[in-house]
Write a protein that binds this ligand. Sequence first.
Ligand SMILES: [Zn+2]
Length: 438
Amino acid sequence: MAQGPGERPSRGVGVEVLHPMERVPVSFIIDDSTCLVNLNKFAMPQFDAAYGGENKTYHRDWRSWPNEIPDSFVRKFGEWSAAHGVKGKYSIVPYPACVGRLDRELPGWTAKELASSLEVVREVMVPNWDIHPEMVSHTRVIDTRTGHPYSERGPKFMENWEWTTGRSAEEIADYIRYGLTILKNVGLPCEGVTTPGGFGNRALPQLAQATLSAVRDVYHAEIPHYFRHAYDQGKESVAPRVEYASGLEGSDPRCVVSIIGCTGDWTGGWDNTPPGGADKFISEDLQSGRLVEVIGRGEPACLLAHWTGIWWQGEEKGFRIFQEVHRRIHQRFDNLLWMKLGELARYWAARELTRMEVVGTEVRISAPFACPRFTVRVATRDPGRCRVENAGVAGGVTVVELTEVNSARALRPGTWRKDGDSTVACWDLVKGTGVLKM
Ligand SMILES: [Zn+2]
């Protein structure tokens, strides 16, 4: 069974929502990161035990892997990314592989080292990256009543596999709240979650509903989102999916957004095996590869990686691959917009849930959510001028006069342009009612 879309507003003919500033969103999804702990070193033997030692995937030489992925690398990666405009999602696994809770004690490191590691995340990563828990431990399921792993072993008691099968949305929400609360205790912001491995695979509607309620409960986030699905090939859409929308005309509109990855992890993987390489994302001649395909068809591109392989035992193999991919896509495309997953989620929620009706040369708007860089195409030829009147939710009309620009690349919030028989307008959409007047 699949997740449900929920309500949709009426949408008049003659108006469509475009990508923000007519650019294709790109985002970088990093899984398996946390503070200090080299998660997959500690996860590997737990995964192996869950399958009774029978699965060769988990027989890698984890004992030789370093315990730590150093904060100096977090800083190096984060500063490079900030300087190059890269945005995305960075997991902070709250109780990484049961080594220790980030809000209590991380055995193997001093309290001071843990505090300083969290500070690096706040300072270097938070400005450009959504922080997600990847459930609680990414390995053993924690009994939320005791805070300890269940005594039972096997795939039914691992976050990655079958624990969610047959569980209710409320049971899963209780579990998600537990992880979120640890992140909240250490002062990290959060609007979404990432599922470890196969978490929620056979409970997709429950997972979506649980995310919606847990993220709202713990963080009061307006538009919770989650990362569960990725399609690394084929024609299936990789655009975000807005799910379980309700109460659109009321004071408490709700929805949850599923962010879809569009690549495999071809950077460095989770288990220190040889990487897929940059060409799988985009070839050296810039003509082929998964990103060329997805961006070429105008869909947002969320690239996938694991922190283990970005660092790659200090060789930084995944990081170098990503740097090359970044260079190539910007050489090939001049219309990309890096966004955090929360920004993508908000844009898609506004895109799908804003009611719009064309009346003469006006577009009447009812927006359940505010949305920066909201961009629409209206079937009106050369209006001469464009303005937005916002009644908002509090009353008192504000007027924003939009300025004409002459190309798509010049589009910014507060501008409009002619495009053949239609008009494209871009502005910061305000929650509540408004009118685009031409
Ligand atoms: Zn993971």
